[in-house]
Each structure stands twice: as structure tokens, then as C-alpha cells.
Design a protein around this ligand. Structure first.
Ligand SMILES: CC(C)(COP(=O)(O)OP(=O)(O)OC[C@H]1O[C@@H](n2cnc3c(N)ncnc32)[C@H](O)[C@@H]1OP(=O)(O)O)[C@@H](O)C(=O)NCCC(=O)NCCS
Length: 202
């Protein structure tokens, strides 16, 4: 790692992309909505209200990969010992460079820090990029929710069973990200502001 990267506490390839992974703030909302527009078809996009709920809600963790332009965002929630991975999106210009992997990894560390012991998510079964990413980090398929996103659009429910001992046998997948701990260093305090009601399913 370069001296600059080491000084910034960044993992090498994230440092070479000049990105850092840090908690998102309320004023990051426009940038997050741009990522959302780039990442999802119009009928799959979350609204501004939904993202505001993620940013302001109790027990939420939202991390932004910050660079010259925000390159990606991940959102999770924690209730007791169970966390939910709600969303991850990486700008098309930054894909296949490990940004998604590092964002989700940092999110998992943050929710573990908040007390989570397992993590659930749902993902459309045709979303190969996301399912491969989640499987690589240790998520296993729990079941299929048929037609969850519409006719023929099934959801895979995936679970990371043991966050306490994670990454365990998945250490290899995350081995080269281990100094990338902006989230863990920062810690996450749930916002005191009340969350708006979510208006749509993730
Ligand atoms: C899913 C997504 C976040 C992945 O982000 P990314 O930064 O490109 O992912 P990474 O570079 O960290 O990839 C890590 C691993 O995931 C898997 N992966 C990522 N993209 C993949 C693809 N298009 N096809 C197959 N596997 C893929 C690979 O195992 C990859 O490792 P490798 O590059 O060494 O082969 C990104 O494609 C995206 O933003 N998609 C649109 C939004 C979305 O569908 N989000 C998920 C549902 S909320």
C-alpha cells in the first residue's frame, strides 16, 4: 500500500480509485438518487422518500463510496440481532473494480458493530451480478418468493447466518479488503430523527 493510502486507511485498490467508504449524510441524497437512476430501471428505482427513510431512520446504516463523484452506496438496517441488506448500487463507470464487494463488506462490519448476528436480503433471481456478489461474501439461498417483483419475477431470499464469526471460510473473498475499515472505525449511531414510512418494497 502506498504511504498515502496507508495514511488514509484505505485498501489499495480503493485508494487507487481514490474512494473512501464513509457514512452517508442527509445532504448526500441528490448523489444517491443519481446512483439510483444509473443503477435501476425506472420501475425499480427507489424514491427520494424511501432513501430519506434510509438516511434518517432508526438503526440504519448507509455507506457511500466517496470520490470525485460518489461511486456507490449500500443501505442496511439492524433490529436486534438481525440485519437486512436493503440496497447496494455501484455507478456503471466503477463496476467490476471491487467497489460493491467493499461496500457490502463495510456494511456487514457496521451492522455487526451495531449488534447484528445474521443478515437477510432479497434479490431478483435474474440479477446475476448481485447474487454472485452476495454468494461470494457468504450469503446462502434460504428460499424463493415467487412473483415477488411481479409476474415471473421471483425473489431469492438469502441469509448470512453467522455474522459473529464472519468471514470464516469466506475470508479469502474479503482478504484483500481488510484494511478498508472506514465504517468500523467510524461506528454507527442510529439517527434520533423519526423515519418516514417506507412507501415501497425494496
Ligand atoms: C451488483 C453491483 C452492486 C456489483 O457491484 P460491483 O462493484 O460491480 O461488484 P464488484 O466489482 O465488487 O464484484 C465483486 C464480485 O461480485 C461478482 N460480480 C459482480 N458483478 C458481476 C457480474 N456482472 N456478473 C457476474 N458476477 C459479478 C463477481 O464475483 C465479482 O468478483 P470478480 O470481479 O473478481 O469476478 C452492481 O452490478 C450494481 O450496482 N448493479 C445494479 C444495482 C443492483 O442490481 N443492485 C443489487 C440489488 S439492490
Amino acid at each position: 500500500m502506498s504511504a498515502e493510502g496507508a495514511a488514509a486507511g484505505l485498501e489499495p485498490s480503493v485508494a487507487s480509485l481514490q474512494l473512501s467508504l464513509l457514512p452517508a449524510r442527509r445532504d448526500d441524497l441528490p448523489a444517491i438518487l443519481r446512483l439510483e437512476e444509473e443503477g435501476f430501471a425506472p420501475d425499480e428505482r427507489w424514491s427520494e422518500r424511501s432513501w430519506a427513510g434510509e438516511l434518517l431512520g432508526q438503526g440504519r446504516t448507509v455507506l457511500l463510496a466517496r470520490g470525485a463523484q460518489p461511486a456507490g452506496v449500500v443501505a442496511l438496517s439492524t433490529v436486534g440481532e438481525l440485519a437486512d441488506l436493503h440496497r447496494v448500487v455501484v455507478a456503471p463507470t466503477h463496476r467490476r473494480q471491487g467497489v460493491g464487494l467493499r461496500l457490502v463488506r463495510a456494511g456487514l462490519l457496521a451492522v455487526r458493530h451495531a449488534g447484528a448476528r445474521a443478515v437477510m436480503l432479497e434479490v431478483e433471481w435474474t440479477n446475476e451480478a448481485a447474487t454472485a456478489l452476495y454468494a461470494r461474501l457468504g450469503f446462502e439461498q434460504l428460499h424463493v418468493r415467487r412473483d415477488y417483483y411481479g409476474p415471473g419475477r421471483h425473489a431469492l431470499i438469502m441469509k448470512l447466518y453467522d455474522l459473529e464469526t464472519w468471514p470464516g471460510r469466506f475470508a479469502e473473498a474479503v482478504r484483500d479488503t481488510e484494511t478498508d475499515l472506514a465504517a468500523e472505525r467510524t461506528g454507527f449511531e442510529p439517527s434520533a430523527e423519526p423515519a418516514p414510512e417506507p412507501e415501497e418494497a425494496p
